[in-house]
Design a protein around this ligand. Structure first.
Ligand SMILES: C[S@@+](CC[C@H](N)C(=O)[O-])C[C@H]1O[C@@H](n2cnc3c(N)ncnc32)[C@H](O)[C@@H]1O
Length: 269
């Protein structure tokens, strides 16, 4: 059996996440990051790591508790944006460029390790899980918020996969959104895991606006649209409209899209 080229897949994914401007999408992640920080409950002075931090949403929230926060992401443009956001707020956060599968931190560095829709995308899931555990102190907490196979996230992933099939040999990020997946990935290194399925609402001016936001700023959607011919491009945009409409809870012409996701908190053994 041929070995999966994790290095090549990681490079390609990095280019995808560097496309567009994830900071424009990140506004939808604030509510999940707030809930995750509350669940993990880091105290002032504790060391907190935000893995695959993008423009720093969870890191900024944790720092408001006077935690000592570090954020890591492999897209330099997003790290620059995270740094600018922190500076604009007068928040001191150490943001650095790096891969979640090979983090430049010593063992047992952090009291809490967080990731919101981030580490789940690393193609080598076993290695990414090993890194989360390695950098967390014994007795420290790992907190994750991520997509699940059902609901908006699941349909959103399936729609993209229909037009841009994932590379062979790579497990779906949605594996992190199942009890069995989390158990398999973190289980050996933790003394307890708690999984809670939660709802987060995304707000847009309309369904058209929701689709426009993703097709303008969301790397995976932009890359898919770039690769398709015009008929398939239209078809993808129609499918995204259908998925947004399916989970729209607004009745006034705006879009309030319900996203079910998994919040995981685990104590490192
Ligand atoms: C959906 S965005 C979420 C960003 C941020 N956590 C938030 O909630 O706003 C996914 C992020 O994961 C980052 N990412 C994906 N795989 C990564 C990896 N292997 N190492 C570091 N960052 C990664 C991407 O660059 C992107 O910023």
């Amino acid at each position: 059996m041929s070995k999966t080229d994790y290095t090549g897949i990681t490079e390609n994914q990095k280019e995808t996440w560097a496309t567009g401007d994830f900071n424009e999408i990140a506004r939808q992640n604030v509510v999940m990051a707030e809930a995750l920080v509350e669940a993990v409950d880091p105290h002032p002075g504790q060391r907190v790591l935000d893995v695959a931090c993008g423009s720093g949403t969870a890191a900024l929230i944790a720092e408001r508790r006077y935690c000592d926060v570090t954020g890591i992401d492999y897209v330099p443009g997003l790290i620059n944006r995270a740094t600018a956001r922190a500076q604009a707020n007068g928040q001191a956060i150490d943001f650095c460029v790096g891969d979640a599968q090979d983090m430049p931190f010593p063992d047992d560095s952090f009291d809490a390790v967080l990731s919101v829709y981030g580490v789940q995308f690393a193609p080598d899931q076993v290695q990414a899980a090993r890194e989360l555990l390695r950098v967390c102190k014994p007795g420290g907490k790992i907190g994750l918020a991520g997509p699940i196979p059902e609901g908006w996230s699941g349909d959103w992933f399936a729609t993209h996969a229909k037009y841009m099939p994932p590379p062979p040999g790579v497990q779906s990020p949605l594996r992190w959104g199942t009890d069995e997946g989390v158990e398999k990935l973190l289980g050996p290194g933790v003394r307890s895991i708690e999984n809670n399925q939660r709802a987060a609402l995304q707000y847009y001016r309309s369904i058209d606006h929701a689709v426009e936001v993703f097709s303008t700023y969301f790397g995976p959607t932009i890359r898919a649209l770039e690769k398709l011919d015009s008929a398939d491009r239209e078809s993808l945009l129609d499918d995204l409209d259908t998925v947004m409409s399916r989970y729209n809870r607004a009745t006034d012409g705006t879009a309030i899209v319900e996203n079910q996701y998994l919040q995981t908190t685990a104590f490192k053994a």
